[in-house]
Design a binder for this molecule. Structure first.
Ligand SMILES: NC(=O)C1=CN([C@@H]2O[C@H](COP(=O)(O)OP(=O)(O)OC[C@H]3O[C@@H](n4cnc5c(N)ncnc54)[C@H](OP(=O)(O)O)[C@@H]3O)[C@@H](O)[C@H]2O)C=CC1
Ligand SMILES: Nc1nc(O)c(N)c(N[C@@H]2O[C@H](COP(=O)(O)O)[C@@H](O)[C@H]2O)n1
Length: 221
């Protein structure tokens, strides 16, 4: 599995405010870059925290990109993936509409009635992990559904877990020219955090580009 993490933060590293509402940090040029990344992926993934906070759709904005994918024998939109240990995704979430296949990675503790409710919407439930989604096992399950390249859009909990598990191959980070602040506002990598210097993932800065009124930092991991 090739894993690309893409996100947008304020200059102080926040993905959103302490209210955890969706904030437009990117401008039109960066949203277009994000759409291009989606178009290149087999699947776009978020954690259930992002589904509950933002109710994202995770499909392509630019019709030409959908057409091009269809010409190449691929589904018009990339699949959507939610890491959702307890199957908390609401059945009326936008990611469960019929515009793309949606995979829900759940853990063994997910209640059967919730799993059945999600399956009834057409969502494909894949079990990976006991109490929390085992992301490596989840990616293996996705590979058996021909998902080889996944773009992860966040949020901070899932991004930290991916770094912790050594599963990230590339990171692109748009840093918008604003300060959000707040000790309880989500950051790019939340979770427990690393403590030992040896644990900190070291990234290779491969490119820097100016977009909108901000900058995109490209890293190989
Ligand atoms: N600016 C940007 O680019 C973006 C901003 N955001 C913002 O981020 C915020 C949401 O981020 P956050 O709250 O961190 O939520 P996440 O989207 O990271 O989801 C976290 C949840 O995922 C579930 N999960 C399942 N398996 C794992 C695992 N192995 N490791 C970690 N989590 C797992 C957990 O719930 P459970 O245990 O129930 O499974 C966890 O609470 C929102 O404010 C949103 O607006 C989000 C995306 C992009
Ligand atoms: N890259 C980026 N820049 C921003 O400024 C953002 N607010 C986000 N947010 C994420 O974008 C997704 C929304 O998807 P849809 O437009 O509904 O398809 C979702 O993952 C947000 O959290 N990203």
């Amino acid at each position: 599995m090739h894993v690309v993490v893409n996100a947008a933060t304020s200059v102080d590293g926040k993905l959103s405010s302490r209210r955890r509402e969706q904030i437009e940090i990117s401008g039109p040029e960066d949203f277009d870059r994000m759409d291009r990344l989606r178009a290149a992926a087999d699947a776009v993934m978020v954690g259930v925290g992002t589904v509950l906070a933002d109710d994202p759709h995770l499909t392509l904005d630019v019709e030409d990109r959908r057409v091009q994918r269809l010409r190449n024998g691929r589904p018009g939109n990339p699949a959507r993936v939610v890491a959702d240990s307890r199957a908390r995704t609401p059945t009326d979430a936008r990611i469960l509409d019929d515009e793309a296949t949606t995979y829900l990675l759940v853990a063994d503790i997910a209640p059967d009635d919730r799993v059945e409710a999600l399956e009834a919407t057409g969502g494909v439930v894949l079990r990976a992990g006991d109490e929390r989604v085992d992301l490596a096992a989840g990616f293996e399950a996705l590979e058996s559904h021909d998902v080889e390249r996944v773009m992860v859009e966040g949020g901070g909990e899932i991004v930290f877990s991916l770094f912790e598990a050594g599963l990230v191959d590339e990171l692109s980070l748009y840093v918008g020219s604003l300060v959000i602040g707040g000790r309880d506002a989500p950051t790019l990598a939340d979770g427990e955090g690393f403590v030992d210097v040896d644990e900190f993932p070291r990234l290779e800065l491969t490119d820097v580009e100016r977009l909108d009124d901000g900058v995109v930092l490209h890293y190989a991991v």
